[in-house]
Every structure is written in C-alpha cells, then in structure tokens.
Unconditional design. Structure first.
Length: 676
C-alpha cells in the first residue's frame, strides 16, 4: 500500500462507500490519513460494573446470556447479561441482528456506551463491542469521531484507517529533521497515529501541535520562497530627494499623521532599491492612504517615471484622479483619468500621451489599465482595494521593459497579522493605525427591528439638515426564505410609505457597472437623499455629506463587513451615526456588540477571524492554500513563530530537493499562494 493508492484498495471499501468518501474529499490513501477526526469521545477509563454511573462508560466484561427478538416490524432487540468480577448488568442493542452471533463467545470484551435509564431500569445502551485481545478502535480508548456524511459511520472510518496503521508507522518525515528536533515535535508517523488513535490526551495534544506546525511551516515557507523569487526581479531605483519630499509635505493643506509619515518612509525607502517593491498598505477607511501613495508617485514622477493608479470602479477612479490632481498638479505633475466613459477621441489622445510619457500619473479601473495601455516608463503601480495582484498582471503592464514596476496595494480591510503572514506572506506590510485628527467618532447603536420609528425620524431630521443616508439590506430580491429584507422590497416600501417625500436611489450588485456608477454619482452629487443598497457600497466610495448608515439584517453580515460599511459615513465634518438593526428582536450577537463597542478595524478583524475562521474572510475560501485542518490561523503567536522558523530554514537550506516530500508540497502551495 502506498499513499497514492485509491481507497478502494482497502478491505471493505466498495463503490458505495468510496462514493461517500469522495463527498468528503477522500479518494486516496493519503487523503484518508489526513482526514482527521472532528472530535474525540473519551472512553479510555474502564469502570467496574459495581461502580457504573449513568452516562458514557467503558466496561470490561464476559457475556453470560444472550437473547434476541423481533418486537414488531422494524425493531430487533438484542439483550445480554454482562458480568465482571464485581457485578452484573444488562446491555441492549437495537436493530443489530448480527449482534447475538458476535457475543456468543467466551472472550473478554470491552463495551463502551451510555448507561441510562430505560422503562423501569438502568441498562447499557447500544455499546460498541470489541474483544480485549484485539486492537481497540471503538472502545476502551479515546475514540475518534469523524466528520460525517449520510450513511458513513465513524466506526467504518476507524476500521479503514486501522488498516493503514502499518503504512503510517513507516511514513518518512516531511519536515526537515533539524526542525523537528529543535522544535521538539513528534515525528510525522507518531503524530498521525495519535491523531487517529490517541493513547492519551497529552499524546493527542502533541500530535495536533506537530500537524499544526507542519501545515503552517509549509504555507509560510511557500510564501517566503515566493517573496525571495519576486525580489530577484529587477525594478527601478527611485532615489529619495530630501528637497522634493519637503516640497510635497509643504504643499499639503494638512500635516501628515505620524503613521502616515512612518509608512511613507517605509515606501520611499523601499523604492530606492532596484528590487521591485511588493507592499500592502493597510489603513482603516479615512486613515489617509491616498496621500501616501501620491507621495511615492511624486517621487517616481521626479525621476521621469510614470505611476498607474487602479481602482475597482469608475467612480472611485474619478475620485482618485480628483484628489491626486489637487495634490500633484501644483507640484508640476500631470494626471490623466482613463475610464470606460471617456470619449473615444479623448481616450485615443490620452493613450498616446501615456505611451509617449507625457502623463505622469494615470488613474483608471483595474481592467482598463491592465489590458490596453502602454506606458513609456512605468515605475509604480498603486492598486486600491484589491489585495491580490500577480507578477503576471504586473508584467502585462510593462511596455517592452525588462524591469518590474514597484507595487503598492492598498486596502481598507484590516487583515489580521497572522493572515498577512500566511495568505499575503509574499507582501511586505505597512499599516496606518492612526486617523487624522479632528474626526468625530461615529455613534454606533444596535436597535431592535420593532423600534425603527425613531431611527426614521432621525433620518428625516438629518435629511432636513441637508445630509444623506445609506440604508443597507442583505439581499437583492426576495429570493430566499430566511426573512431578511431585500433591497428591492425595502426600496419600494420606503418610497411608498415613510420616505415618499424623499428622493431614493437603489443600488445592488445585479446592476451593470455603468448603472452602478450612475447611481453612485447621482448620490454623490446630492440627487438622492437616501441610497438603499446591498454591500456593493462597501468599497471605498467617498460621500462626505452622508451621515447615517442604517444596516438592516445586520446579523447577516460579518464583523469586518459591518465595520467597512460603517466607514462609509463619518467622512465629513458632521457627526455621523451607524444603526445596526438585526432581523430579530433577540439579544444581539457578540458580533454586533463588538462592532457597537469598538471602532478599531484591526481589533474587529482579529475577533472576526477568531469567531468565523478564515474561510469566509478575504476571499480565502476560493484560495485553496488555507487548507488548514489543525492549525488555528487566528493564533498570531504561533504563526509568527513558525514564520521565523521557516525563514531561517530557507536561508540555511539552499536545496529544497533534499526534502522531496516537503519540496513537492511547498511547490504546490507556491502555485496557489502566488500572485500569478
Ligand atoms: P483612505 O485611507 O480611506 O483612502 P483618504 O486617503 O481618502 O483615506 O483620506 C480621507 C480624507 O482625509 C481625505 O479627504 C484626505 O484629504 C484627508 N486626509 C488625509 N490625511 C490627512 C491628515 N494627515 N490630516 C487631515 N486630513 C487628512
Ligand atoms: Mg481610499
């Protein structure tokens, strides 16, 4: 038997069973070995019959008498009198017609089951039975309980996996021996054995520790190797000019915050080297990322290099172009806006100018800049609200040049540190963890769905004062049955009732991007008082005049998402409000309470990660690399530690091929984690 064998090679695994296993993602022997229990039941303690108490129990007994009968159609009962040297008890099994035969033996058995009251007496119900002389899989041990699909029982999995024990026992280690030794880890084979058939709780803990370490080690090593490979490309040197930096900051209408200064320094340091920068700039909404990016673009422009700014939507691109013009035109830089709605004639002129190097900063949507544009000399790419951007995509931006532009990816989604190390491990990270002074904190409140009237009144008052309002609903249309409000329904309702005297806009993901942009622009221009929307407004739109964010069905959204939505208000000088209205009047979830309590995006992101795991977050579900079965990605300390170990290993071990299995796995991970 080898790891790549099909599980159909195992005894008792026919087509029906293998189909069920396939549903669990298990097709090979390797899959099965790495298919870990969901939990464990502790039946390891053997109790004398005279001491048996109600509840789960294991006894060591002989069988004195067995009877079996059909009581009525579909109900078969096996009863046995079991005995040890201290006492006797009755055990009973339902619908196990094969059971009497297996009990007719002089052998000593372990029986693990629940001792419970039934009718007028206590009996041992449906216990698992094994001969003491055999390898215990189902009784008298810490029993593994596997994730289930219909018709596939844990004992069947135990039976299959127990056939693999000889193979597991000789599996070579995948981690480098020096790492296993230094980190005091169990060897792989021992760890896998203990994962399935633990001898003790301590051994199980050790096994989990080892497997978790290995999962993270491979992931972090892959990320590190990608980073090293990326650094091997040639980029542009953009020297730091003191005088220019002073001119830039002097031209601002405000003073940079300490955090902005720190990250600007990190970036300006980075781009001085001829290794292409690969950096993620994280900063809560309103923390002022644009000006930092503009700083770098200015430095590039001073060297005759162009910068490309990419935004997810046309509206955002236009916003960027506007603020970049304000910042950089006075300093002699030219800014061009390249979006789909630019007239063909003008577009042609602009693309020609870009090609000739007459535009310093080009702003557009991701798609547009990537596909069509040739630059004279592209030194810097800034991407807003997109964490992933591949080397290949970047290469596509190069106009017949052998160098890669520097990359600055910006995001307002705070990403917990453990995730930046793993999923975004090949990026360097800068964080703006401070907001510009003078912002009034947003007032966040949770309101029961039965008491929204005062909220509507408040909305009305705010509109009277000239302000604008977002109302968010979880769904587009009334397609599901969960009772969540849909935007369309809510739009109709509000327009016909409470807010019939108001101008209401409707925005959701099923509109085309042109339609979306149009609605957003009209809202920004003040043509709507209220915007009823789905989470499509989540990303980066800046309407400083909006002061209320009302989120319906708030329990439907993730923590990070709620925080992101809240960030749509509080962007101007007016006091802003965020109202969270869950779909039921029950006690609000911990998630909602956390959002109401804290406006620290990083704190909330960490809580979110702990509550929900990485799957839902940051698109990691599709990502594939985060197939962590044992490791807890929210464990920042462990992740940072393993990251250091992986990096140290990579610098000493120059030839990964010495570790064939590790090499194979890491190469696979490099392909899924890489930005290509
Ligand atoms: P975000 O990080 O959300 O992209 P922006 O870059 O759009 O934030 O900045 C939000 C607003 O704050 C802009 O109007 C910008 O001009 C302003 N701003 C940025 N930095 C500062 C600062 N240090 N002091 C005052 N206002 C600032
Ligand atoms: Mg922004």
């Amino acid at each position: 038997m080898v790891l790549s064998d099909s599980i159909t090679k195992l005894k008792g695994v026919g087509p029906a069973l293998s189909e069920k296993l396939a549903l669990l993602g298990v097709t090979t022997v390797r899959d099965l070995i790495y298919f870990f229990p969901r939990r464990y039941d502790d039946f390891s303690h053997v109790t004398k019959l005279k001491d048996v108490q109600p509840g789960p129990v294991t006894v060591k007994v002989k069988v004195e008498k067995v009877t079996a009968r059909h009581v009525r159609r579909g109900l078969h009962i096996t009863e046995a009198i079991i005995a040890d040297e201290t006492s006797k008890l009755r055990a009973v099994w339902f619908n196990q017609p094969y059971r009497p035969e297996s009990l007719k033996s002089d052998a000593v058995f372990y029986m693990s089951g629940t001792f419970d009251f039934q009718r007028d007496r206590f009996i041992l119900q449906n216990p698992s039975v094994e001969k003491v002389a055999e390898f215990a899989k189902n009784t008298a041990r810490i029993v593994p309980i596997y994730p289930q699909v219909r018709g596939l029982k844990s004992y069947q999995l135990r039976q299959m996996i127990s056939q693999l024990l000889p193979l597991i026992a000789i599996l070579p280690d995948t981690l480098p021996p020096e790492v296993v030794k230094r980190e005091n880890l169990l060897p792989l084979s021992a760890a896998l054995l203990q994962m399935h058939f633990p001898e003790s709780h301590q051994a199980l803990q050790e096994a989990k520790k080892r497997i978790a370490f290995e999962e993270l080690f491979e992931l972090l090593l892959a990320a590190h190797l990608n980073k090293v490979e990326h650094r091997a490309h040639l980029g542009w040197e953009i020297p730091y000019e003191q005088a220019a930096a002073e001119a830039f900051t002097a031209a601002l209408s405000f003073t940079l915050t300490n955090a902005q200064r720190r990250v600007a320094w990190e970036i300006l340091q980075d781009i001085q080297h001829d290794q292409p920068m690969n950096r993620l700039l994280q900063g809560d909404v309103g923390s002022g990322k644009t000006v930092v990016a503009a700083f770098a673009a200015f430095m590039a422009g001073r060297q005759g290099m162009q910068s490309a700014f990419m935004a997810p939507t046309e509206v955002l691109a236009a916003q960027h172009a506007e603020s970049l013009s304000q910042l950089l035109r006075p300093l002699g830089m030219s800014v061009g806006l390249l979006v789909g709605s630019v007239k063909p004639g003008a577009k042609k002129v602009l693309t020609q100018q870009i090609k000739e190097g007459n535009v310093d900063i080009v702003v557009g949507t991701h798609a547009l800049i990537q596909q069509k544009i040739e630059f004279a000399k592209l030194g810097l790419v800034v991407i807003d609200e997109q964490h992933r951007f591949g080397v290949n995509q970047r290469k596509a931006l190069l106009a017949k040049s052998d160098r890669l532009p520097h990359l600055l990816a910006m995001t307002a989604t705070p990403i917990p540190r453990s995730l930046t190390l793993t999923v975004y491990g090949e990026l360097d990270v800068s964080v703006i963890d401070e907001r510009p002074p003078g912002r009034t904190p947003i007032i966040t409140e949770i309101h029961s769905p039965h008491s929204v009237k005062p909220l509507y009144e408040h909305i009305d008052q705010q509109i009277n004062q000239g302000r604008q309002v977002y109302i968010i609903c979880p769904l587009v249309s009334e397609s599901d049955t969960l009772g969540f409000k849909s935007v369309e329904q809510e739009y109709d309702r509000l327009q016909k009732s409470v807010f019939k005297h108001r101008r209401i806009g409707l925005l959701h993901g099923q509109l085309s991007s042109v339609e979306k942009d149009e609605v957003m622009t009209r809202f920004k221009n003040g043509e709507f008082d209220i915007l009823v929307a789905t989470t499509v407004v989540e990303v980066g739109v800046d309407v400083p005049n909006a002061t209320i964010m009302l989120i319906e069905g708030a329990d439907r959204f993730g923590l990070a998402q709620l925080h992101q939505l809240r960030g749509r208000v509080g962007r101007g000088k007016h006091q802003s409000y965020c109202y969270l209205v869950p779909s039921t009047a029950q006690k609000p979830s911990q998630r909602l309470q956390e959002v109401a309590r804290s406006d620290d995006g990083f704190y909330l992101a960490q809580v979110d990660l702990e509550l929900r795991g990485p799957g839902e977050l940051y698109g990691t579900r599709q990502h594939g690399s985060l197939d962590l079965r044992v490791a807890n990605i929210a464990d920042t300390k462990l992740v940072s530690h393993v990251q250091k170990v992986a990096e140290a290993f990579a610098t000493t071990a120059t030839d990964l091929l010495q570790y064939p299995e590790l090499h194979k796995r890491v190469e696979r991970l490099r392909r899924v984690t890489t930005f290509n």
